[in-house]
Design a protein around this ligand. Structure first.
Ligand code: FES
Length: 156
């Protein structure tokens, strides 16, 4: 589906800005918002481009630079931190050979640190794309990564 088709799924109202940006990002194989996507959105909604850039830059869930197909967000807020998220992050780095903010060479995974994901009762926790995982251990993390390596998420 091309960019204009994605945008046209929504009515041209300002209130649809976040939904349009999500749809554009989810449909980009590198999981980010291109400058052209932002310009097309601004034209469609008949709003100032700087406002669209401002919104895209404000929310952590949007990226203005290329990322992997899987965005792994490790919660580093206090409860998860106490329950071992630094160890999980370190293991993730060694399994994927990247640091937070980086993307694997094959373009599959990007690792990010995140604020509380709202599931502290199953700390340590992480989110991969829109799915959350709790009670992480070194073994469960390795198993999750292994499973994901064999299935590329479809574009939406
Ligand atoms: S502190 Fe990690 S989910 Fe709340």
């Amino acid at each position: 589906m091309d960019q204009q088709e994605i945008i046209s799924r929504f009515s041209p109202e300002k209130d649809n800005l976040l939904s349009i940006l999500h749809a554009l990002q989810d449909n980009h194989p590198q999981n980010y918002l291109t400058g052209e996507a932002l310009r097309a959105t601004a034209r469609y909604l008949n709003v100032n481009l700087s406002w669209v850039y401002g919104v895209a830059g404000y929310y952590y869930m949007f990226s203005l630079k290329p990322r992997g197909r899987y965005i792994i967000r490790i919660c580093n807020s206090p409860v998860c931190n106490m329950m071992g998220s630094p160890d999980i992050l370190e293991l993730l780095g060694s399994l994927l050979d990247i640091r937070p903010g980086e993307t694997t060479a094959d373009g599959l995974f990007t690792v990010e640190e995140a604020e509380c994901l709202g599931i502290c009762e199953v700390a340590p926790a992480m989110m991969i794309n829109r799915k959350v995982y709790g009670n992480l251990t070194r073994d469960s993390l390795a198993a999750i990564l292994n499973e994901l390596k064999h299935k590329i998420p479809p574009l939406k």
